[in-house]
Design a protein around this ligand. Sequence first.
Ligand code: ADP
Length: 374
Amino acid sequence: MTDSEARSILLVEDEEAHAELVRKIFSKNNSQWKIYLVSSLADAFKWLDENEPPSLIISDYLLPDGRGLDLAKDVKSPVEMGIPLIILTAHGSEQLAVRSLKSGAMDYVVKSAEELQKLPWTAERVLREWDNVTERKRAEEELKKYTKELERANRDLEDYTSVVSHDLKAPLRSIRVFSMLIMDDYAHSLDETGRGYLNRVKAAVERMNALIEDLLKLSRVGRKFADLEMVDLNELLEEIKEDLKVRIEERAGEIVAANLPSVSTQRVWIRELLTNLIDNGLKFNKSENPKVEVSCEENGKDYLFKVEDNGVGIEEKYLSRILNLSERLHPEEYEGTGIGLTICKKIVDKFEGNIWITSSPGVGSTFFFTLSRN
Ligand code: ADP
């Protein structure tokens, strides 16, 4: 509301002399104010029922049929009441002030000549504060609404990914089985080129299968977050080494980890996270002896983990991109889906941590991530 618009006050006051005084003070200071007078709570409620809400209510604390605060009965804040309320009292007391403000009033004014003269400014101030409070409340509500919509959209997307991935598996299985049958029973009727094509179908099926599996995993990170458990990461690292045994032996690689903590987390996801990062460190690596070092330090209320490799490294311009879905920097050279790091990011996000990368091309990369120590 702009200052030039006429603003209305519902004045609830049973003492005529006081009501007249308030009227005079307002008309002297600002002719824009329109004052409607009622002398009891019942009349005030009736007036509010029958008229457009006023800009402001000024009410005496003690009324013949109750207290001015009853206008804000069952209301916990002025905003809920919908109209700013100023309480007038015969005596000022801290207790009364607190009670008034707690009950939904925006302010209270003692009925001394001096305080009453200031009433128009108090009213102006209350209206300004009111605008701020309602604007803040509106912004908060909007934010809440958008957050809810976003959460819903995310959930829908996860459900959708899960359903689509799941449904894609059945026809893919058929393609795989039938191409195997052709290979086993009809390979001799095909020439070299035909067999080459069939091998390419098989390779494409394997790749699509890997993509579907990774997409399913990605959609599950969002849902399957149940209880936390204490996980000894030194033990977990031994299991991961066992899982990656073939790659380690093939590449004469090495995984080094020391003094990792036990953390309250979810075993299945922390395992996925570390396995992806370590496997990448060994995979995107041209050293004679690929090496991945996992370490951890305490950093304030977080654990800061480092997974460092002596691999091919990543150019600066790609660092922020490779955590995104399907971003692959070496699609011809290395197999993969480009989903692994997105899964890692989602896991760290779920644990309310951060993940980032530093790298020197040709020297190696370090993946950092944080987990809360609580
Ligand atoms: P994928 O391994 O299936 O390709 P990721 O999401 O794990 O998918 O990784 C995305 C891309 O980021 C990889 O294709 C690779 O180009 C790059 N990358 C990931 N980790 C490393 C690493 N440790 N060193 C160098 N490049 C990496």
